[in-house]
Write a protein that binds this ligand. Sequence first.
Ligand code: 2NL
Length: 341
Amino acid sequence: MLEKIESFKIEISSFIATKTDEVETFRIKYLGSKGLVKDVMGEMKHVAADKKREFGQLLNEFKLFAEAKYEELKAATENGQPAAAAETLDLSLPGDPMRVGSRHPISLVRNQVVSIFQRLGFAVAEGPEIEDDWHNFTALNMPENHTARDMQDTFYISQNPDWILRTHTSSVQVREMEKGKLPIRIICPGRVYRNETISARAHCFFHQVEGLYIAENVSFADLKQTLYFFVQEMFGKDFKVRFRPSYFPFTEPSAEMDISCLICGGTGCNVCKHTGWVEILGCGMVHPNLLENCGIDSNKYTGFAFGMGIERITMLKYQIKDLRLFSENDVRFLKQFTSAV
Ligand code: 2NL
């Protein structure tokens, strides 16, 4: 009996009436002379004497419950409003706003870099992250036991001592050169790996964009003009640029490109380590050994190449102080980039 009353209560509370004759239907069904409430009251005679008091209270509550609902339905329909069941949805309420995600800052900056070079006619090339020794080192003028390999200590694949995680995306450019289709004008974005102790400035993986242009009569002047254009598109025009002589095994001559510090304007601060300059990228003319390694005639063709760390550019652009933030997936960090394209 108690269960029956409970289920009637549920039925009553979910009753919906939009018109007065539906309210009347409710009254007849539950409160009429042959209605459910009367019916249940009739059960009183079967209840044991010592339970009558308790049961009587329950029945009375049930009756009041049905009467209250009746009054509620009546009042609501008289006002011309459909009386909704107590727990139904109010569809007129505004929806919960959908949370829009954001691109990762590394993806934002990679897309910007790539699109600047695409406008100059560079095509995107990609390649495997697990590389062999030839494409990652040997073809790039870094034979076994070459000291330059020490700076690019990496992870080895245990099944095959020849396989490693690539240390730069130059390996993608080697693969393109080996195809033998010239001229080549490509940009290679991707993730690279190095066996480094993780700190605010170093990680065991990071992202690079490298570029390569090989054709007849490509000169250092072409390199400079291309990279001038790039930094101006990327950072604006409000700074100075300089090329510093440097060394990379795969280019000769080699240079590093700096811009005057965007934070202090060149007067010296923490970001530029009080030098007034920040390094943006490394570059140079492709070493003839490389061209020959890949079957390209170094007497006929010349080229330039460059490489930059996307994390580095992103840190400068958004003033991010710790490299580890990029891979910790902390939404407090990531959601700051919601409005960036
Ligand atoms: C840096 C410096 C550089 C290259 C990358 C390259 C690739 C080929 C041939 C010649 Cl296939 N050079 N890449 C050249 C100079 C510098 O990167 O600081 N990267 C983060």
